[in-house]
Design a protein. Structure first.
Length: 157
């Protein structure tokens, strides 16, 4: 698997909801349902796209538990709903991979982290990844034409 592009992004301000535990698709689906039910309360969205951010650390490597953030990008942090959390992702260079929604349950992360990254001129910069759900290209997990972009923060080796 090769990235479709390498991009530089400024800080990304996200508003959404958080879940922590062993990754299970039904839990992530429940997280998105909770967020979508409250999404109309977010007034300053930058675009109609969803961000699913997977965050891990040394503890995650031992427990296999990860934090997952589901939300949207906003322009400013003001007038935010009490039910929501803010996550500010630092500026970074990203390797951007595109996968079909039907491939989400495959081992795509192994292809990136165990195959592409070690052979590339880059290494992981931060312990997170972004799944970017653009409403123009993503319709549902069962739609064969739906696509998702995976953003991996990188830095030169």
């Amino acid at each position: 698997m090769q990235p479709k592009k390498i991009v530089d992004r400024k800080e990304i301000i996200l508003v959404g909801m958080v879940w922590y535990g062993l990754p299970k698709s039904e839990e992530i689906g429940n997280l998105w349902q909770r967020f979508i039910a409250q999404e109309k309360l977010v007034k300053n969205k930058r675009e109609n796209a969803g961000y699913e951010v997977w965050i891990w650390n040394e503890e995650s490597e031992k427990t296999k538990k990860e934090a997952v953030f589901a939300g949207v990008e906003v322009g400013t942090i003001e007038n935010l709903p009490l039910e929501m959390f803010v996550k500010i992702l630092p500026p970074s260079k990203y390797a951007v991979f595109t996968i079909k929604a039907t491939e989400m349950h495959s081992d795509w992360s192994k292809s990136i982290y165990k195959e592409w990254l070690p052979k590339s001129d880059y290494e992981e910069k931060y312990k997170f990844l972004i799944e970017y759900y653009d409403e123009k290209r993503f319709k549902s997990m069962n739609d064969e034409k739906s696509e998702i972009d995976i953003y991996i923060p990188i830095k030169p080796k």
